[in-house]
Ligand binder design. Structure first.
Ligand code: F0G
Length: 451
């Protein structure tokens, strides 16, 4: 399993190229679609040459106790399934992955589901799931000798890229939509030393500008069109399967923005299944924000076979994306696994986020679409009470503290958004109260809020 022979296979026309042959924008020269990393050697192995599932599972678990830096990474401890580097010594790691799988007992009880879990990717080094993809793709950039890396971002990709580039000693360029990303994320890009440009456009506009730049300059593109990103982002699928002792949950629910993460997780489970490490795959459901829902519209209009871009609006800024690059891959994952594609509104997102917060976990708004989506699936009878459900929480609550504070101060949801939900909103709100600096005043404030 250690042969480094990977190829890039076009998702649209099936054309195969070697990794270094890819165009700077990672689009197929024949049909313009995206590539997937493929390992042709895996299919050719027969009999004793096939990887031994038991030995791999043992090895991956053992590595958690190893003193090697690479083994401490929740991405690279599965390196047999992502042989994308000529030398694993080139890997740039911040010890990403190995994120916790938490039970959500209160949300589970409220929904009548016994087995509800959150895989918290916000517990990665820069606070989002992007780290798992960045360790993979940035390592390829370093191995291929690039001095500059770049991304367009709604915030988390830029934070992750800037951090990994800094660790590797590479320069990084970030393009973000002005005024439309959370401050926590912007501060990270600055802190880690990226050149950060705020453009007067949206995320999709930033992608267009960056695509032109990388076609002209020797800068390595680290948006999720880069197929190596997905190789890292598939590894939480391995961790989830491992956490369930290599059975898999019935449902995995993932937020959808540029739609790479759902594609990556689908690939991860598919590969585990093809290699005989798991007996089946979970249904993978993608949830978008109502104001940024091009894939949902596409499923309603034509079963996900064609997609029209939309102008995106949502306070969950991480998924404010109207023209998602990986929509075809995500649509296939939904079809192949028997999942669904649905959207949730701003009120549903805010309430779900508050519920996750009240379990002591917290997450950023884009992650909370998963619980909001689960409520809808449950109401439609698409998730049974005895089934096991994993929500993928993609970002840390501190990424967007303004959103949380606005919710608890009562300034986030007003007017139409709040209408009809006042009681539920009030039951979750916990504003910070200003009181006199005396024990009596503090105790009085507590009494007013107890019971
Ligand atoms: N959740 C969070 C917290 C995100 O930052 C993103 C994407 C998503 C969900 C959606 O994942 O794009 O793979 O469908 N953020 C990107 C960025 C686009 O630039 O940070 P996706």
């Amino acid at each position: 399993m250690n042969d480094n022979l990977h190829q890039l296979r076009c998702f649209g026309c099936g054309a195969r190229i070697s990794g270094p042959e890819a165009q700077p924008d990672f689009r197929c020269a024949v049909c313009g679609d995206l590539f997937e990393v493929d390992y042709p050697g895996w299919g050719q192995r027969q009999g004793n040459d096939r990887p031994n599932p038991g030995a791999l599972k043992w090895l991956w678990r053992e590595r958690r106790c190893s003193s090697e830096e690479l083994d401490h990474s929740g991405v690279w401890r599965f390196r047999e399934l992502l042989p994308i580097l000529d030398s694993f010594g080139d890997a740039v790691t911040l010890r990403e992955g190995n994120t916790p799988l938490y039970a959500l007992p209160r949300a589970g009880k409220a929904l009548g589901i016994d087995q509800l879990f959150a895989k918290h990717q916000g517990m990665n080094p820069t606070g989002s799931f992007k780290d798992t993809g960045m360790t993979a793709a940035l390592s390829v950039a370093r191995e291929r000798g690039f001095k500059w890396v770049a991304c367009a971002s709604t915030g988390n990709t830029s934070a992750a890229m800037a951090a990994y580039a800094a660790r590797a000693g590479l320069r990084s360029l970030v393009l973000i939509p002005e005024g439309k990303i959370a401050w926590g994320k912007l501060s990270q890009a600055m802190d880690y030393g990226a050149i950060t440009c705020q453009l007067k456009t949206d995320f999709d506009g930033c992608v267009r500008v960056l695509t032109q730049i990388v076609r002209e300059e020797p800068i390595y593109l680290l948006n999720s069109v880069n197929p190596y990103r997905l190789e890292g982002q598939k590894t939480p699928a391995f961790e989830i399967a491992e956490a369930f002792e290599w059975t898999v949950p019935d449902h995995l629910i993932v937020p959808g923005g540029n739609l790479a993460n759902s594609s990556a997780l689908g690939k991860g489970f598919r590969e585990l299944h093809e290699l005989g490490l798991v007996a089946r795959v979970p249904r993978i459901t993608v949830v978008q924000a109502e104001g940024a829902n091009p894939l949902v519209r596409s499923f309603l209009a034509n079963q996900g076979t064609a997609m029209e871009p939309v102008e995106a609006h949502t306070r969950a800024t991480a998924i404010r994306i109207g023209n998602p690059a990986s929509w075809r891959k995500a649509a296939r994952v939904i079809h192949d696994t028997g999942g669904w594609c649905l959207d949730v509104n701003e009120t549903e997102i805010a309430l779900a986020k508050a519920e996750i917060g009240s379990e002591g976990l917290g997450c950023e708004p884009a992650s909370a679409v998963t619980l909001a989506g689960l409520k809808k699936l449950r109401a439609k009878g698409l998730v049974a009470s005895g089934e096991t459900v994993v929500l993928l929480l993609t970002g840390h609550t501190l990424k967007d503290a303004d959103y949380t504070i606005d919710f608890h101060r009562g300034t986030l949801l007003t007017g139409q958004e709040a209408a009809g939900h006042e009681v539920e909103i009030e039951s979750h709100r916990r504003d910070a109260v200003a009181v006199d600096a005396t024990p009596a005043a503090v105790l009085a404030a507590m009494k007013g809020r107890m019971g």
